[in-house]
Design a protein around this ligand. Structure first.
Ligand code: SF4
Length: 320
């Protein structure tokens, strides 16, 4: 269960990328995002593809530095660390990707790849490394004989288990899981989500869980942040977010989830158009071009992300 103590704080994160074909243009992938992940907490980050959530995950893991803003791991400002110390601190944050084995050498047995992770970090002798790998592979529900197989010999669900094992080997305080189940069948998704929950109970680490499917995020998260076009537009404890949804974008995401107990077609909020380009974000509220409640005032001033109830924040002029 999560307490109030934080494991990670991201403060006023901006991440811009130059447009290769036009040096006068900038992709504003993440804009002014601040969030805190508590010790033992599962923080879900949800939004459409292209909203900047994966970029934010990479910045938080310090795989890429922010354009501006700071990331604190416990009390350590990652931006202030020399390279060697940053590398040491980064062991505490591990990423799990959509296809964890895609980056693995297809000619290398899984057991060799996993022991290599420990060797690179100078952990243990060969016997200790093999023992640690056997222990982890069983924790994720595979058997020691799987270590002698090659990446292509595994199913999608097994590949994610190996990805989890690889991340867990270094005993991270925070795991950043970027769409870890979105490529899997629904029944396998449930198995991996339940495994993530079991591992979290056993190891007491924290997760940043990134996904585009709000029902998946609801299943696993203690708190949820909703992202739209690089901005955090709503954040609350999971129960509070679903009971008192405030932001029109979050309402639209929820209304798109199939629910046989509702007269679905009547209640669905259909968003107009596509996600705008992060190169030319709308003025004022970034959601205004698709918001069914937008007024002229929404084009003039950007709403601040502010507390509308204890622990519940939203960025909308209409939210009281
Ligand atoms: Fe919609 Fe205006 Fe609220 Fe933005 S500020 S979400 S455009 S009502």
């Amino acid at each position: 269960m999560a307490g109030e103590e934080s494991i990670l704080r991201a403060e006023k994160i901006y991440k811009n990328f130059p447009v290769k074909t036009n040096r006068h243009l900038t992709v504003r992938a993440v804009s002014d995002v601040s969030l805190t992940i508590r010790v033992g907490e599962i923080y879900g980050l949800v939004g459409e593809s292209g909203c900047g959530k994966s970029t934010l995950g990479r910045v938080i893991s310090y795989l890429i530095p922010p354009t501006s803003g700071k990331v604190w791991l416990n009390d350590t400002d990652l931006s202030a660390l020399p390279k060697k110390e940053l590398r040491r601190q980064r062991q505490n944050i591990q990423m799990v990707f959509q296809d964890c084995l895609a980056s693995m050498d297809p000619q290398q047995r899984v057991g060799d790849a996993l022991t290599e992770v420990l060797r690179v970090h100078s952990i243990g002798d060969p016997a200790q490394r093999m023992s640690a790998v056997i222990d982890i592979i069983q924790q994720v529900g595979l058997r020691p004989e799987h270590l002698f197989r090659y990446p292509h010999e595994f199913s999608g669900g097994q590949r994610q288990r190996i990805g989890l094992a690889r991340a867990l080997l270094l005993h991270p305080a925070l795991m950043v899981c970027d769409e870890p189940v979105s490529a899997l069948d629904v029944s396998i998704q449930a198995q991996i989500l339940n495994l993530l929950l079991d591992l979290q109970q056993q190891n007491h680490h924290s997760y940043l869980f990134i996904a585009h499917d709000i029902s998946v995020v609801k299943h696993i998260s203690d708190r949820i942040g909703v992202m739209y076009l690089g901005h955090l537009v709503e954040e609350a404890e999971t129960e509070e977010l679903f009971a008192h949804t405030a932001h029109p974008y979050t309402k639209a995401l929820l209304s798109a989830v199939p629910d046989i107990s509702k007269r679905h077609e009547e209640e669905r909020i259909v968003l107009k158009g596509d996600l705008p380009s992060p190169i030319h974000a709308p003025s004022g509220c970034v959601f205004r071009t698709r918001c069914p409640y937008a007024t002229a005032a929404c084009a003039e001033a950007a709403p601040e992300l502010r507390e509308i109830a204890p622990g519940h924040k939203a960025a909308c002029h209409l939210c009281k």
